[in-house]
Design a protein around this ligand. Structure first.
Ligand SMILES: [Zn+2]
Ligand SMILES: [Zn+2]
Length: 113
């Protein structure tokens, strides 16, 4: 992934969520205290007066496909993994992660308070 910073449209390769993003990277400029654990697509929350941000997604560290953070598309376990990559290497993940993937019940979008 070459650091494509700046605005554009994020598209999840799994659920086809498509959403405008304001920043790609690890240190969104909107909230200086926040450092993400991965390069991620971030948008300013249009419904939040203090410009909180929403993390939309990132790239799977194995197949490099863009995947959103929720709706059963990816998990974060030291790095971002899309579900097919987790399932392909299920023995390398702890049980919690496998259960999470199997249940596919993750929240739609992570919120940073
Ligand atoms: Zn998705
Ligand atoms: Zn993958």
């Amino acid at each position: 992934m070459s650091g494509a910073k700046g605005k554009g449209t994020f598209r999840c390769s799994r659920c086809h969520l498509s959403c405008r993003f304001d920043y790609f990277g690890q240190r969104p400029p909107f909230q200086t205290a926040l450092i993400l654990l991965e390069d991620a697509y971030v948008m300013k929350d249009p419904f939040s007066p203090d410009e909180r941000q929403l993390v939309l997604g990132s790239h799977c560290s194995v197949c490099q496909q863009p995947v959103c953070v929720g709706t059963g598309c990816s998990v974060f376990y030291t790095k971002r993994f899309c579900l097919p990559c987790v399932l392909a290497k299920a023995d390398e993940f702890p049980e919690e992660i496998r259960k999470e993937v199997e249940s596919k019940n993750t929240e739609d979008i992570q919120r940073f308070e």
